[in-house]
Design a protein around this ligand. Sequence first.
Ligand SMILES: [Zn+2]
Ligand SMILES: [Zn+2]
Length: 304
Amino acid sequence: MNKNIRNLRKLISRRAFIFALAILCCFILSACSYFQNSQFDTNGMHNDNLIVHYLDVGQGDSIFIELPNYQTMLIDAGVKGLGEGIKSYINDLGYSKIDYVIATHPHADHIGSMQYIVENMDIGQIYMPDVTTATKTFEKLLIAISEKSMKIKSAESGMSIVNENNLSIDVLGPVNIDEDNLNNCSVVIKIIYKDNSFLFIGDAEKDELSSLNGDLSANVLKVGHHGSNTSTTKKFIEQVDPQIAVISVGKHNEYDHPNKKTIKLLNNFDIEIHRTDEEGTIIISSDGYNITTKTGGQSIAGDE
Ligand SMILES: [Zn+2]
Ligand SMILES: [Zn+2]
């Protein structure tokens, strides 16, 4: 009799456990679909906003920008092998054309997948600094561009890419070309939309940053060179005076980026820090007056 009751109890508790597990699974699944459908679907949410997607491409940079005038811009394309992922991310947002492609400088973690993008997407204009390097990646990119009969525009300080009512995109750097340090040839871009502004500095290091002229202030700064301590200086942070700093960096990278000193400096200035290695793709939108940030967007690099 007792044995029967014990068996019955065991059976009930096992069933209760399975039932609880099933409920938990349902909960996780619905939470996941909420996460995908509502929070990160920027499709059709454009509403004249400026939407900047700091793509999680591991160790490297790739930033896709939906401009308020419904044009698009891609700054860098991460390391090799990510082209398909970057293209489908852009396609999923409803775009087939990139109006402005910027290769900040010819390092493989910035132009690695750009050949694929050039070969497989409709592109308006392509901007690069006036510097060459003898790598296969760079050579193949140049061939892809010339095979499409496209001309590269040399990006240099003082150039304007877009100049419309309420929207301007200006090139602030490079001011000088440093053949010995490609990072210091990085194209520096400032986008101003009404009262808000975004600064993109590629891998520019101290020498280039101290050569920049004009108004460097911006609400959002893409931190230089993956947060290395060769880029972010106190003086530069004072000039930019950002509310938000975004660091594009790979998990467990061999360079120990971002540097602890960079993080400390940004913290000292009470700047909100976002990192692609910790938060995935980071999407920052502006209606010209207010800035909203979403993290945890789709990763292009995968979980390495
Ligand atoms: Zn880099
Ligand atoms: Zn670099």
